[in-house]
Design a protein around this ligand. Structure first.
Ligand SMILES: NC(=O)c1ccc[n+]([C@@H]2O[C@H](COP(=O)([O-])OP(=O)(O)OC[C@H]3O[C@@H](n4cnc5c(N)ncnc54)[C@H](OP(=O)(O)O)[C@@H]3O)[C@@H](O)[C@H]2O)c1
Length: 323
């Protein structure tokens, strides 16, 4: 089969596509013919060996995909021919992938393959972040950094679907429309966002900050929180890991909350299906409709990874494996 491979840890440009052996499905694995795969920031980090997961070389990258079931394990809830989305963690940038059944999810006929590939990593992460970790309540105000990116557009959509008022923050004018189209009530530029947030909220601030970016805007994110506000730490695309002077937390009863989605579900992968079932009605109603930005051919995997690496991605980047 054709698959992308990381053979050296030299970043996106060194990820190549070629012929390799099909994966062997282990007991309990569903074998999937991949139609579309989702590309994420962690794939870029893995191409440089900078992610917490460091597989032996060579490896097939790709955490998530959608496709059609080719073979099922004994007593499976799936059938050959079912449309599915999946989160194999590795191996999705290929024509076929074997995935433990707990990480395979039914994809409704009304949901396209490109939408299905955009869902598992970002939507399940933000569902965990906003509900379990952030305790979001209806009517609260949520600020989302990196709001034109994969995690960002997912957070905007899910917060809005949960009846929050959503303020999106992006770094440049060309990203404003993506954040607005995802459903943000207001879109602000990162430069000077604190002043604008205070104006929009009549000085009160926001209840939750969703932060996949980190870096030097962290202190202003804390300053933008209302009393009892929660800052959800999701990632550090800016490169720098911020530090907190904890007196800031005490003064206004603030919380900085870690969001480690993988660390939470890995001891019990059945949690993933409960999350999928929670977002399914929102998908079917159209309340969640992932912002798929650029779709690339599998052969252009390096170009797709570079788009994320160079901060150019608008919405979710995907790879089309089968038309
Ligand atoms: N905690 C978890 O469980 C979990 C799960 C999944 C992903 N993540 C993390 O979440 C983060 C976002 O992932 P993603 O797939 O949504 O990435 P993405 O689509 O590339 O979006 C990330 C956003 O970060 C901003 N950014 C700031 N500085 C950047 C830089 N130097 N390079 C690239 N982007 C930069 C960009 O927004 P602006 O240009 O508007 O600032 C960009 O839109 C990553 O750190 C990823 O590892 C964490």
């Amino acid at each position: 089969m054709r698959a992308a491979r990381v053979t050296s840890l030299d970043g996106p440009s060194s990820v190549t596509v070629g012929e390799i052996e099909e994966p062997a499905a282990g007991p309990g694995d569903v074998l999937i013919d991949v139609h579309e795969a989702g590309v994420s920031f962690p794939d870029v980090l893995m191409s440089r060996g900078l992610y917490q997961l460091r597989p032996d070389l060579p490896f097939v990258p790709g955490a998530e995909c959608s496709g059609v079931v080719r073979a099922v394990p004994e007593a499976s809830a799936f059938r050959v021919g079912d449309r599915v989305a999946a989160f194999p963690v590795l191996g999705a940038f290929a024509e076929a992938v074997a995935v433990p059944e707990a990480m395979v999810f039914p994809l409704p006929d009304t949901v396209s393959f490109e939408t299905g590939a955009a869902l598992p990593m970002n939507y399940l992460t933000v569902q965990f972040a906003l509900t379990r970790r952030g305790q979001l309540e209806r009517g609260e105000v949520v600020l989302v950094h990196g709001a034109a990116g994969g995690i960002g557009t997912a957070a905007v959509q899910l917060a809005r679907a949960m009846d929050a008022r959503v303020i999106a923050v992006v770094s440049s004018e060309d990203k404003v429309e993506t954040a607005r189209a995802a459903g943000a009530h207001h879109v602000l530029l990162a430069d000077g966002f604190l002043t604008a947030v205070k104006e929009l909220t009549q000085g009160r601030g926001v209840d939750i900050v969703v932060d996949p970016v980190g870096g030097d805007r962290f202190t202003d994110s804390l300053r933008s929180l209302a009393p009892e506000g929660r800052l959800l730490v999701i990632g550090f695309t800016a490169g720098q890991i911020p530090e907190v002077r904890v007196n800031r937390l005490l003064l206004n009863n603030l919380s900085v909350v870690g969001v480690g989605w993988g660390a939470f579900w890995m001891p019990d992968p059945t949690y993933l299906r409960s999350q999928w079932d929670a977002i399914l009605p929102l998908l079917e109603s159209g309340a969640l409709a992932p912002a798929v930005g650029t779709r690339h051919a599998l052969d252009d995997v390096a170009v797709a990874l570079a788009e994320i690496d160079e901060r150019r991605a608008l919405g979710k980047v995907t790879l089309t494996v089968r038309q």
